[in-house]
Design a protein. Structure first.
Length: 268
């Protein structure tokens, strides 16, 4: 079985950035199949474009653009790529990084499919920083990663206590073409809208409105990174009813417009 050492990933690297105790790569997947292998260090895989099938000894994942996985060290797996352009963003962290920030790797065993939109938003911030790559990028990236691991820990704990309706609600919020109104969601779940609204923050770490907003903006972010569609197309595909609404929500999270963000990540 192949062991991939520090900084090694199958494919063609567009960019490889080395920071203190971590390496980040922006990679095009070029292999139709990668046989069973494992990596020397824990790492994140964030699929930016395309599709990928990945399987370990416990689970299998059909990944699409916007999907995010965390792999603990020596978690063996294999990959199959369909005949489409596929691009992945990897963050590899060594043992020293976890020790420096007092993060126990035992709390993050195996592979974890990270669906929380707040975590994906933090990962988007990391991606942006790698394209800027200035004197402040290292501290910004480490801060985002610390928040990611803290959020994973809190989400896992709260979701384990969550009632059935909260788990069903999480699935509903990621469905396409659904009416996100409080009355509709409470009707589907059989939960009073006031209770749903009040209890949501306890299990999801933010308000219902912000959770939905971040899901939409994350989708827009991935479409912007692919650089294949107009901003008007991205607006409607992300679930916004007009450009001004899309831009104002985007600026609320990224403090810039979608067009300016595209220019920033394309030039760096």
């Amino acid at each position: 079985m192949n062991k991939l050492k520090k900084g090694e990933f199958y494919g063609t690297h567009y960019q490889k950035s080395a920071f203190d105790n971590l390496i980040i790569t922006d990679t095009e997947y070029t292999h139709c199949k990668v046989d069973w292998h494992y990596h020397e260090n824990p790492y994140f895989t964030y699929l930016l474009q395309g599709k990928l099938f990945e399987s370990n000894k416990k689970e299998s994942y059909y990944l699409e653009s916007g999907d995010l996985l965390f792999h603990n060290w020596q978690d063996t797996h294999y990959n199959i790529k369909p005949p489409v352009f596929t691009r992945g963003f990897h963050i590899e962290l060594n043992q020293e990084w976890f020790l420096n920030f007092d993060i126990d790797l035992k709390d993050f065993e195996g592979s974890i499919n990270l669906k929380n939109p707040i975590i994906k938003n933090l990962m988007n911030q990391v991606f942006i920083e790698t394209k800027i790559n200035d004197q402040y990028s290292n501290i910004s990236i480490e801060s985002s990663l610390i928040n990611i691991f803290n959020t994973i820990g809190k989400s896992t704990e709260e979701q384990s206590k969550a009632p059935i309706w909260a788990k069903k609600l999480q699935e509903l919020l990621f469905e396409e073409n659904i009416d996100y109104s409080l009355n509709n969601l409470s009707s589907i779940l059989g939960v009073h809208p006031v209770h749903l609204s009040r209890a949501f923050r306890k299990y999801f770490g933010t308000s219902l409105g912000n959770y939905i907003r971040v899901i939409k903006i994350n989708k827009a972010f991935n479409l912007i990174v692919s650089n294949k569609l107009s901003m008007t197309e991205i607006c409607y595909l992300s679930g916004f009813y007009d450009q001004s609404h899309f831009i104002s929500n985007f600026k609320q999270i990224y403090h810039t417009t979608p067009s300016k963000l595209l220019k920033k990540i394309s030039q760096c």
